[in-house]
Write a protein that binds this ligand. Structure first.
Ligand SMILES: Nc1ncnc2c1ncn2[C@@H]1O[C@H](COP(=O)(O)OP(=O)(O)O)[C@@H](O)[C@H]1O
Ligand SMILES: [Mg+2]
Length: 325
C-alpha cells in the first residue's frame, strides 16, 4: 500500500483510505452531485457537513455501492470500486438508513446472523466489536428493548464486523438524545483514533461536527465547498494565518512599515494585519517594536475575533456556494 501513503505537513504519515475524484450523479432529470472531490484517511473522523438536500446521502450511497456513479472514481484503500467492486467493498462498512435488525432476536443473535453473511467473521471478532461499541452488558437482551442509541451502536458493530478500513455513517446521531449522541461520538472517535479506521460521518449540524470530527468536508447544493480541519474552521483561519487588529496613531505611516506583510486598513485608527499562525506571536512583537521605534503610538493590539464553526458554515452555505480558502 506504499503508493497510498502520502506525507502530510508535520511529518505525520497518514494512510489514504477513501479517495473521491470528480463524482457526478444525476437522478431523474436533476444533477444532484457536481464534481465531488475529497480524501479521507485512516485514523480520522471525517465529517461530511451540509444542509438538508445538499447531497450527503446520495454521495454516501454512491460510495457504498448502493447507487451507481455517472462519472468520477472512488478508491477504497487504493481499490477502485468500478474496477474491483467486491474487493473495494471488503474494506468498507456503512449505515445509510436504519440498519436491518431482527427485533425478536437479541443483540448478539443479530450479530451472529449478520456474521453468517460475511466471510471470515469468527466468534472472537463478534466479541471484539461488541466491546468496541460498549454493548457488552446488554448484548444478550432482545433488540426490542434497546434504545435508539443502542440500536445505532449495534448497527456500528454490524458494519465493522468484517474489519473494514472505512466506516461510513449517514447522519448517525439523528433522533438520539444528548447522552446517546455523546456515547456514539466517543465510540466513533475511538474507532478512528485507536483502531485506525477512517470514520466518515455526515451531519447537517455544525455543532456536532465540531465535537466529533478531525476534519470536515462541506457540501452544499451538490458541490464541495472545501475540506477544513476543525481548528481552521473555528479560528476562521483557513490557511494557517492569524489576523490581528492594530490600533495606532498613524495608519498611513504604519502601512509603509508593513512592507511584505498582508494588511487591510479598517479606519483611520485601525488596521487588520495578517501573520503566519506559527510565527504570529513573535511577528506581532516585532511590528509593535518597529511602530514604536518609528514614533507611532500603539494603543492596542488584539487577535481578530475568532469565528465559530457555525458562523463559518452559515456564511458558506448562504453565499451561493462561493469557494473559500
Ligand atoms: N431518487 C431521487 N430522484 C431525484 N432526486 C433525488 C432523489 N434522491 C434525492 N434526490 C434529491 O437530491 C438532492 C440531494 O439529496 P440527498 O442526497 O438526500 O441530500 P442530503 O442527504 O444532504 O439531505 C435533494 O435535492 C433531493 O431532493
Ligand atoms: Mg440525507
Amino acid at each position: 500500500m506504499e503508493n497510498n501513503k502520502i506525507v502530510q505537513s508535520g511529518n505525520s504519515e497518514r494512510e489514504l483510505a477513501l479517495k473521491i475524484v470528480g463524482l457526478n450523479k444525476t437522478l431523474g432529470r436533476k444533477q444532484i452531485l457536481h464534481d465531488i472531490n475529497f480524501e479521507a484517511y485512516r485514523g480520522e473522523v471525517f465529517g461530511f457537513l451540509g444542509p438538508n438536500g445538499a447531497g450527503k446521502t446520495t454521495t454516501i450511497k454512491v460510495i457504498l455501492g448502493l447507487l451507481s456513479l455517472d462519472e468520477g472514481s472512488i478508491e477504497v484503500s487504493g481499490v477502485d470500486i468500478n474496477k474491483k467492486f467486491e474487493k473495494a467493498m471488503a474494506n468498507i462498512g456503512g449505515i445509510v438508513e436504519n440498519p436491518d435488525m431482527y427485533k425478536h432476536l437479541t443483540g448478539i443473535q443479530n450479530l451472529e446472523q449478520y456474521a453468517r453473511m460475511r466471510n471470515g467473521v469468527n466468534r472472537e471478532r463478534i466479541d471484539e466489536v461488541v466491546k468496541l461499541v460498549g454493548l457488552s452488558n446488554r448484548i444478550k437482551e432482545k433488540i426490542g428493548k434497546y434504545s435508539l442509541g443502542m440500536r445505532q451502536r449495534l448497527g456500528v458493530a454490524q458494519a465493522i464486523l468484517h474489519k473494514p478500513n472505512v466506516l461510513i455513517l449517514d447522519e448517525p446521531t439523528n433522533g438520539l438524545d444528548p447522552a446517546g449522541i455523546k456515547e456514539l461520538r466517543d465510540i466513533l472517535k475511538g474507532l478512528a483514533h485507536e483502531e485506525g479506521i477512517c470514520v466518515m460521518v455526515s451531519s447537517h449540524l455544525m455543532s456536532e461536527m465540531e465535537l466529533m470530527c478531525d476534519r470536515v468536508g462541506i457540501i452544499n447544493e451538490g458541490k464541495m465547498l472545501g475540506v477544513y480541519t476543525i481548528e481552521e474552521m473555528i479560528s476562521g483561519s483557513r490557511n494557517g494565518t492569524a489576523e490581528y487588529i492594530f490600533e495606532v496613531s498613524d495608519v498611513k505611516k504604519t502601512c509603509t512599515l508593513l512592507e511584505g506583510i498582508k494588511y487591510v486598513v479598517i479606519d483611520e485608527n485601525r488596521i487588520d494585519v495578517e501573520f503566519n499562525k506559527e510565527t504570529a506571536r513573535d511577528d506581532v512583537a516585532d511590528v509593535i517594536q518597529a511602530l514604536v521605534t518609528a514614533g507611532i503610538k500603539v494603543y492596542s493590539v488584539s487577535a481578530k475575533e475568532n469565528k465559530k464553526l457555525e458562523d463559518v458554515f452559515i456564511e458558506m452555505t448562504n453565499s451561493g456556494g462561493a469557494q473559500i480558502g
